[in-house]
Write a protein that binds this ligand. Structure first.
Ligand code: 5RP
Length: 223
């Protein structure tokens, strides 16, 4: 099976976690695009399959609205049953690195609203220790150089992602060379650095479930 087919598999499987008629939290990325496609198919069979969505990016909002799914502003929603999103890396405890699509800040905001984070990913995303994928960090532009220097002290090599401005008007610093043994402590620390808007370690908002696409089918991991 190709990586694309594995993404389609888990995108479809995620529908089982969406309560009929509910409002669903929707992440960002190529795997989430497959989930949105599956949602579109389900809606054709049952127009009441979902009542609406809270989206984590302009990209996902456009795709949802193209299917006629009402997208509610996060500030008008008090809680969600489930948030469906991909990951750049996930470990065996449900901790993740996210932000490859630069949407990490809004992803954390919507994930925080949800009772359960359901991660959908192909099996290449499962790792023993987070950090091989360059860690995305959303940073206020004037702090980028000092944040890069701070990561250098931890052994990380940071660089500003070229040509990318986030939906919030900030830059992304991608940091290579880290090995993140204690994701919760790391997230809490880096989030305090002046100018850091969001670090792409999802520990507070880790996955409750991961639907991992494998050639043998969907492997369900619960944490
Ligand atoms: C976007 C993200 C994505 O979930 C992550 O990059 C995975 O993307 P894909 O499903 O395309 O592999 O965090 O900010």
């Amino acid at each position: 099976m190709t990586q694309d087919e594995l993404k389609t598999l888990v995108g479809r499987a995620a529908l089982d976690y969406v309560t009929p008629g509910s409002i669903v939290g929707v992440g960002t990325g190529s795997t989430v695009d497959k989930f949105i496609d599956a949602l579109g198919e389900a809606l054709r069979a049952d127009p009441k399959r979902v009542a609406g969505a809270v989206s984590s990016s302009v990209r996902s909002t456009q795709r949802l609205e193209a299917l006629g799914i009402p997208v509610l502003p996060a500030e008008q929603v008090e809680g969600l049953g489930v948030y469906i999103d991909g990951a750049d890396e996930i470990d065996h405890r449900g901790y993740m690195i996210k932000g490859g699509g630069a949407a990490l800040t809004r992803e954390k905001i919507v994930a925080e609203l949800a009772e359960r984070f359901v991660c959908i990913a192909d099996e290449s995303k499962l790792v023993q220790v987070l950090g091989k994928f360059p860690l995305p960090v959303e940073v206020i532009p004037m702090a980028a150089a000092q944040v890069i220097r701070a990561f250098a002290k931890l052994g990380g090599a940071g660089r500003v992602r070229e040509g990318v401005t986030t939906d919030n008007g900030n830059v992304i610093v991608d940091v290579s060379g880290l090995s993140i043994a204690d994701p919760a402590a790391f997230e809490a620390d880096v989030n305090q650095w002046p100018g850091v808007v969001t670090v792409g370690v999802f520990a507070r908002n880790r996955a409750a479930v991961c639907l991992l696409g494998t050639p043998a089918g969907v492997r369900t991991m619960t944490f």
